[in-house]
Design a binder for this molecule. Structure first.
Ligand SMILES: *[C@@H]1O[C@H](CO)[C@@H](O)[C@H](O)[C@H]1NC(C)=O
Ligand SMILES: *[C@@H]1O[C@H](CO)[C@@H](O)[C@H](O)[C@H]1NC(C)=O
Ligand SMILES: *[C@@H]1O[C@H](CO)[C@@H](O)[C@H](O)[C@H]1NC(C)=O
Ligand SMILES: *[C@@H]1O[C@H](CO)[C@@H](O)[C@H](O)[C@H]1NC(C)=O
Ligand SMILES: *[C@@H]1O[C@H](CO)[C@@H](O)[C@H](O)[C@H]1NC(C)=O
Ligand SMILES: *[C@@H]1O[C@H](CO)[C@@H](O)[C@H](O)[C@H]1NC(C)=O
Ligand SMILES: *[C@@H]1O[C@H](CO)[C@@H](O)[C@H](O)[C@H]1NC(C)=O
Ligand SMILES: *[C@@H]1O[C@H](CO)[C@@H](O)[C@H](O)[C@H]1NC(C)=O
Ligand SMILES: *[C@@H]1O[C@H](CO)[C@@H](O)[C@H](O)[C@H]1NC(C)=O
Ligand SMILES: *[C@@H]1O[C@H](CO)[C@@H](O)[C@H](O)[C@H]1NC(C)=O
Ligand SMILES: *[C@@H]1O[C@H](CO)[C@@H](O)[C@H](O)[C@H]1NC(C)=O
Ligand SMILES: *[C@@H]1O[C@H](CO)[C@@H](O)[C@H](O)[C@H]1NC(C)=O
Length: 476
């Protein structure tokens, strides 16, 4: 009775599997049906008793379970089953240093599960006509697969590699939908995960238990950090759907204690003939490159919230006329690099830059070379000194030119440029000298008149012609 139940159960399982398989085939033509896909799974109780030298057991017409096998005891057909009738195989607790899968044995299988054992590595490759569509290698401490192990599995739709010790996801077919479970592989690197995402349409099972180590090959911190799969997927999607024909790349891992790490983004819009800034940036954009475009104004940065994380702006070779729109923006108080080489800046409002340089903790770089400013005496006297004082912040300070004078700002000679101002002050001096002379003349004339009046008793002209004034009695 028990045995009967048992067979019924297993038959049911395999029946389920076959139906499932049908559904998956249909699904690939239409739409994804969901992550509840399971490979044929024989439970522990299906195992033959330990006393039985044959470790495998037929549990239905086309399903076999093998348990506690090693290199020598694995004989799938020993349990009275013919190899070519087996469609579903589950091997539990296999102990093998190397599992070599190059074998015609697997060819007709549809579901293969080798789980809950110890397998050091997987060698060889499944043959060309292997039909396997559900493959479960869960819980085996597998550290690596041979490069081409799985590439011939054209019917693969479910691949479970969870609870192993993989650092790299083995390559598998490039097109179609595949459900992949790579949860609980603590050594898994993020880069191969990005690679895998590029190929097929992947649906992750146990997504919340999946994470990867940030690889050293990004511009990332050298500490390895666990990045949740969700974050990796969002970056992948960002890469594919980067707006305005720009390219989006992960830039670095941002770690805030108490929060899951986030990946900050570099957006590269260089050379796209843009006339204005991208109106919106992807979330967490920290670097924006808009070099080699025809952008004339930075106004859009003023109140666009998606610009608030920006720390580096590269806008060389554009038509930008002023940096004033940056004043008061979040970017301007927090930036690290602002590059405006070869633009159309006419003046440099030194006060707003000084404010930022003096106040900030970050060390800030501003590139301003190859701009042609409107130069005058003030440029020669004030700006030149300012550039020399701020040269650490403005690495290309020597390459700033004048538009109206053929000269670098640094070569301006204040004594020449400020000539006209000199003339004007000279003129003031002449007036002062003339006034002093006039005063001296008046004093001399009054003294002479007094002397004549005292000695000769009359007033010389013009004092004699003056009408009598009420105050004259004072003199008399
Ligand atoms: C693979 O095997 C593991 C453990 O035996 C099981 O938990 C898991 O559900 C199986 N995965 C699939 C896709 O059948
Ligand atoms: C299993 O195979 C036997 C003999 O080949 C056949 O009589 C029986 O109907 C099969 N059972 C199922 C469930 O297919
Ligand atoms: C796995 O199989 C080995 C023999 O190959 C056996 O010694 C061990 O007890 C088995 N482990 C489990 C959990 O059944
Ligand atoms: C596997 O078992 C079958 C049936 O018991 C036997 O005929 C065959 O020789 C065995 N194969 C190996 C490789 O031991
Ligand atoms: C795997 O087995 C095949 C054939 O049995 C053999 O040619 C191949 O060299 C083996 N590969 C490894 C890595 O052992
Ligand atoms: C795996 O194969 C690919 C393509 O054939 C090749 O580029 C890559 O270097 C191989 N990797 C290893 C580890 O052999
Ligand atoms: C395997 O895929 C081929 C085409 O790629 C298809 O014709 C065949 O029916 C599939 N087999 C199974 C068992 O799904
Ligand atoms: C996983 O592999 C690393 C080396 O790659 C090893 O140090 C570690 O012990 C392994 N972990 C398990 C659970 O096998
Ligand atoms: C995974 O995590 C997200 C967010 O934490 C949660 O909304 C979702 O329900 C989780 N999914 C599963 C299957 O636990
Ligand atoms: C990066 O590695 C170097 C040496 O390998 C070490 O000195 C430095 O502290 C590390 N930085 C971080 C952020 O871990
Ligand atoms: C993106 O580039 C394509 C082809 O180069 C062009 O047709 C399209 O208008 C561009 N889209 C935007 C938003 O610039
Ligand atoms: C941006 O794209 C341009 C051309 O597409 C490329 O030359 C440049 O290296 C890229 N810059 C960055 C920082 O990715």
């Amino acid at each position: 009775m028990k045995l009967f139940n048992f067979i019924l159960h297993c038959g049911f399982v395999s029946l389920c599997w076959c139906r499932l398989n049908e559904e998956v085939t249909v699904a690939s033509a239409n739409e994804w049906i969901g992550p509840q896909t399971q490979c044929f799974h024989g439970s522990q109780e299906n195992c033959p008793p330990l006393s039985d030298p044959c470790r495998c057991k037929k549990v239905s017409n086309n399903s076999v379970v093998c348990c506690n096998v090693d290199k020598d005891s694995l004989n799938i057909t020993c349990g009275n089953s013919k190899m070519d009738t087996i469609l579903n195989l589950h091997i539990r607790n296999a102990t093998l240093d190397v599992l070599n899968i190059t074998s015609a044995t697997w060819r007709q299988l549809i579901s293969l599960a080798i789980t809950d054992g110890y397998i050091g590595e997987v060698a060889g490759e499944f043959g060309k006509l292997t039909k396997i569509s559900c493959l479960n290698f869960s819980s085996n401490s597998i550290t690596k697969f041979a490069n081409r192990s799985l590439v011939n599995l054209f019917n693969l739709s479910v691949l479970d590699l969870s609870h192993n010790n993989l650092s790299v996801i083995p390559r598998f077919k490039k097109d179609g939908i595949v459900s992949l479970d790579v949860s609980d592989n603590e050594q898994l690197l993020c880069d191969p995960l990005f690679e895998a995402l590029k190929g097929t349409e992947l649906h992750f099972m146990n997504e919340n238990d999946t994470s990867c180590l940030s690889p050293r090959t990004f511009h990332w911190f050298n500490t390895t950090e666990l990045v949740p799969l969700r974050e990796v997927i969002s970056v992948h999607e960002l890469r594919n759907e980067c707006s305005f024909n720009c390219s989006c790349e992960p830039y670095r891992l941002d770690i805030v204690i108490g929060k899951p790490p986030t990946i900050s983004v570099l957006v590269n819009c260089s050379g796209l003939q843009l006339m204005s800034l991208p109106p919106v940036l992807p979330p967490n954009t920290i670097v924006l490159n808009i070099s080699n475009n025809n952008i004339s104004s930075l106004d859009a940065m003023n109140d666009e919230p998606s610009y608030q994380h920006l720390r580096q702006l590269y806008a060389d070779n554009n038509e930008i006329t002023s940096i004033l729109p940056l004043e008061g923006t979040n970017f301007f108080t927090n930036f690290v690099v602002l590059s405006l080489r070869n633009n159309k800046l006419k003046s440099l409002p030194t006060y707003i830059l000084s404010n930022v340089f003096d106040r900030n903790n970050n060390f800030q770089h501003v590139n301003l070379g190859l701009n042609k400013l409107q130069c005058d005496c003030n440029t020669a006297k004030v700006l030149k000194e300012w550039l020399l004082a701020k040269q650490k912040h403005i690495p290309d300070y020597e390459e700033i030119y004048c538009d109206n004078i053929k000269s670098r700002v640094l070569d301006l000679d204040p004594s020449k440029l400020c000539q006209s101002q000199q003339d004007w002050t000279d003129y003031i001096y002449y007036i002062i000298i003339a006034e002093v002379l006039l005063l001296v003349f008046l004093i001399a004339k009054v003294s002479y008149d007094y002397w004549v009046f005292k000695t000769a008793g009359y007033l010389p002209w013009p004092a004699s012609q003056m009408p009598k004034l009420p105050c004259d009695w004072l003199c008399e």
